[in-house]
Design a protein around this ligand. Sequence first.
Ligand SMILES: O=c1ccn([C@@H]2O[C@H](COP(=O)(O)O)[C@@H](O)[C@H]2O)c(=O)[nH]1
Length: 474
Amino acid sequence: MDYNKQLENLALNLFKIDAVKFGEFTTKSGIKTPVYFDLRVIVSYPVVMELISHLLFEFLLKTSEYDYFCGVPYTALPIATLLSVEAKKSMLMRRKEAKSYGTKKVIEGHYKLNQKCIIVEDVVTSGSSVLETVKDLRNEGLIVEEAVIILDREQGGKQNLEANNVSMRSLFTMSKLIEILVNNNCITEQVGKEVKSYLNNIHAPAVVPSVNRVNIPFEKRIELSTNSIAKQLFNIMATKKTNLCLSVDLTSSTKIIDLLEKVGEHICLVKTHIDIIEDFSDNFIMQLKQLGTKFNFLILEDRKFADIGNTVSLQYSKGIYKISEWADCVTAHSLSGEGILKALNTCTNTGSKGVFFLAEMSSEGNLITHEYTEATVRMAAKYPDLITGFVCQKKETFSNPGLIQLTPGVQLDSLKDDFGQVYNTPEKVVLENGADVVVVGRGIVASKNPEAQAAIYKDTLWKCYMKRVSGKLE
Ligand SMILES: O=c1ccn([C@@H]2O[C@H](COP(=O)(O)O)[C@@H](O)[C@H]2O)c(=O)[nH]1
């Protein structure tokens, strides 16, 4: 039997067993609806369950590559089970509530980091239930990019899932199901029209993108990174137990080296503005690199490249600074387009390199808009080997757990400087705003005792990070 015939067969069966009903119903959210689906009843009809899993497997899953199925609790669980048996792929089970004793697990089953899991769901309206399951799976380091669904109510769920990097395929759309039922005289044309007009008028609200990376410990995120500098940085943070980046905004190279001798043990990254140094020399770079090796930190040149690709490639590798020869990573704006990333990617005189792409800024009145930020994140996705992470202020800015959120504008007790810099506290940026690496400049550099102050920032920031990953704040 071909696909359409089998689909028709399923639609008629669903109607017969009262899994789809017409009349006047009120949904969970209090909205009146002329059609109601209750696919929970399928557990009483093994033939229908078998038909559903067969259609999902034959027509939606044959071209996919995946390691596990996970059904959205509870209605989809038996379907996921049947699919698991049919496809000979393992299944994972998500608990709605984590166990309060023993393992406290949310996801049951054996799995490995970075493997692919397909979501199975019965009906999608806004997509929020699917996204809850996606979030928990991604928190465990699984890759979740696909969902297969029995029925798409065509109320915005597909779009909401796509906005969260989950592509959704369904056996039926609501329109298709109605068409079959009208053609087979199960419902009148009038009822069909009423349902269609309802669909055209009711749209589920957008679902806020699921943020998942912030609860994953740095050591787990190493394997999720595709950029070698991000891997190194996650590793350094996890080993040294510090997520502090010191911004050495000093104009004397001797003072920078002296400071780093004192605070090197407390930092994972040093951030330079090489063009503010008045006595720049190759010897300074040599000492900087030696300190990086001695204390195990990386070097970020905050050059904020913003020109056309050709100029950026010259600025990166030529001139007196020859940044590409010593900086592990650099910052760049997306303003002038993808040429910047192409240029940085093709400069070949260095092994590992990384880019922190500026998606947001900390200064008040900056002209970056939400659309600009989103376009920046999309642009970065084309360069997975190059991008280390984003300079940004909010956890919602990106969701890829393999990338690092670098957040400047942090002080323990200041709110602003005289030139529009806006400061937040360590608690705010790490716990609320999702910062992974936190940039502190004058909070340490301009303090009376930088060494003691660096230790305080390091401890405070690390405590916040530990609270974030252990406390399940979301
Ligand atoms: O949005 C941004 C991007 C970069 N920075 C840089 O970080 C430091 C912050 O120094 P503080 O003394 O802690 O204010 C500085 O080098 C900026 O160029 C930023 O502040 N905001």
